[in-house]
Design a protein around this ligand. Structure first.
Ligand code: NAP
Length: 484
């Protein structure tokens, strides 16, 4: 099968924080893969910028090493790596000082698409935006890419938005949530809006409930002190889980365009009902043998920050009234997995004698570790012996039908960066969306603080605290198994 790739124009991409962890682990190895697939036009340049006093050759070596460590199968393509690093440059720049800005101005080719990736702490966004303007490096055609976390509450998110708005129009700002760059997330939209089959069923008449799980096996060790100021609600629910919820629940946009899609997502967030505190369970993982507990990892033995959260929420609109959405995410769980499951209602009546099982169709969308979409359907168990029914998964990833390209390992980051170059904001969060998400999460977090809420303990390697199971059990439902 011939893969059709929308070409991008020649560009200059400046990565502030180009020597940092994210740049070395994700951004540069991703751009290298795009380069190999012919999507980085000759003459395009990637310019690393940070305070470290190295030159372009030193930076090229740093990125060769990064590709060797974090690149996938392509890391052994020595010729490809050399051609790629030849397109890299580096300028020592201080976001808070005067160093490097003139050199950066002289290097940028203003006639090309130019984009500035802020892969630095959010406290530097304002400094970068200001200096890019002061030194006339960015203009009304430039694009800026900003990383999470986008604020830690409504107030700080608004402050960040207004800082960026001083220098950039909303059409120039690309707020990254890498979950939106996943192949399967886009496939979810194709399945929903490219088929007649699902739309009539996608509502409270036919859907019993929806579950979204993002489970990690790692703890917070290494970044525990930072994580302790955040917690699962801020770090995962406010952004990734809410974005997935929006895509599952939104109405069909009039077109697959940036504002049409984001308008519909915003309506979902605005329709979320306030949560009853009994419908949220927070947890902290316990020590496991030599492995430290959350509180030890966080270096705060009295911490009340959650490393796990499970909640039940509802969307107050005609489509979803009465349908519970169960969301959970946590560290040190049984397996690493991200899954959305749309669980349809039971059939009303079984005509098959002896068939007591509650057969349900479940559309499950896996984002991690492997991507895929499956539809659980009920069929007759093959063979003689009467009508015995079994539930089997129908694989809708169709890897075999689509050939090797269907397994294209395009990482979310590289896809999103190419969208920046193309000027396509559809898979990026708009400022009002981010603020609306904080508006919903702030009262929950503030409520915990006001009540001095203490997270429940859970065993490392488990599915989370017992109370999280009860959240569903008491309504006659159960979580899907966490399996990698
Ligand atoms: P990091 O490893 O600490 O890197 C920070 C980068 O910023 C370094 O290149 C650093 O280089 C540069 N920097 C710091 N102060 C600077 C200044 N005054 N002027 C210019 N450059 C400066 O952080 P990171 O993990 O890459 O994260 C970067 C951003 O991405 C953060 O906002 C983070 O929250 C977000 N993020 C990271 C990940 C991840 O997996 N790492 C995931 C999601 C989001 P010098 O010290 O040499 O200046």
């Amino acid at each position: 099968m011939v893969s059709r790739v929308i070409p991008v124009e020649e560009f200059d991409l400046v990565i502030f924080g180009g020597t940092g962890d994210l740049a070395r682990r994700k951004i540069l190895p991703g751009l290298y893969r795009r380069f190999l697939s012919g999507q980085m036009p000759e003459g395009s340049r990637i310019i690393g910028a940070a305070r470290a006093d190295i030159d372009s050759d030193g930076y090229r070596q740093m990125i060769r090493d990064a590709i060797a460590e974090f690149g996938g199968e392509e890391k052994s393509d020595a010729d490809g790596i050399e051609k790629f690093v030849a397109q890299l440059h580096y300028i020592p720049v201080d976001a808070k000082g005067e160093q490097g800005w003139k050199e950066l101005h002289d290097l940028i080719r203003f006639e090309l698409v130019n984009a500035f990736y802020f892969s630095v702490a959010p406290s530097l966004f304002g400094d970068l935006a200001e200096r890019l303007h002061l030194h006339k490096i960015a203009d009304s055609s430039s694009r800026v890419v900003v990383e999470k976390p986008f604020g830690r509450d409504l107030e700080t998110a608004k402050a960040l938005n207004s800082t960026l708005a001083k220098h950039f129009d909303e059409k120039q700002i690309y707020r990254i949530d890498h979950y939106l760059g996943k192949e399967t997330v886009q496939n979810l939209m194709a399945v929903r809006f490219g088929n007649m089959l699902f739309e009539p069923l996608w509502n409270n008449h036919y859907v019993d409930h929806i579950q979204i799980t993002v489970a990690e096996t790692v703890g917070v060790g290494g970044r525990g002190a930072y994580y302790d100021t955040s917690g699962a609600m801020r770090d995962m629910v406010q952004n990734h889980l809410m974005q997935l919820l929006c895509l599952i629940a939104m109405e069909a946009p009039a077109e697959f365009g940036a504002d049409a899609v984001r308008d519909e997502k915003l309506k979902v967030i605005r329709a979320l009902q306030d949560i009853d505190p009994h419908h949220i369970v927070r947890g902290q993982y316990d020590a496991d043998g030599d492995e430290p507990s959350y509180r030890e990892d966080a270096e705060n033995l009295k911490s009340h920050t959650e490393s796990f959260v499970a909640l039940r929420c509802e969307i107050a609109n005609w489509r979803w009234a009465g349908v519970p959405f169960y969301l959970r995410t946590g560290k040190k769980l049984k397996a690493r997995t991200s899954e959305i499951a749309v669980v349809f209602k039971d059939i009303g009546h079984s005509i098959f004698p002896g068939d007591e099982k509650r057969h349900r169709n479940i559309l499950s969308i896996q984002l991690q570790p492997n991507e895929g979409i499956q539809l659980q359907v009920t069929i007759k168990e093959p063979g003689p012996g009467g009508m015995r029914l079994i539930d089997v998964p129908l694989d809708m990833t169709f890897a075999e039908a689509l050939g090797p390209d269907a397994e294209d390992s395009t990482d979310a980051y590289e896809r999103l960066i190419m969208d920046v170059i193309r000027g396509n904001q559809t898979l990026f969060m708009r400022g009002d969306e981010v603020e609306a998400a904080w508006e919903w999460t702030d009262p929950i977090i503030n409520g915990w603080k006001a009540r001095n809420d203490v997270p429940k303990h859970y065993d490392a390697g488990s599915a989370g605290p017992e109370d999280a199971m009860m959240l569903m059990h008491r309504e006659g439902r159960r979580w899907r198994e966490i399996k990698g």
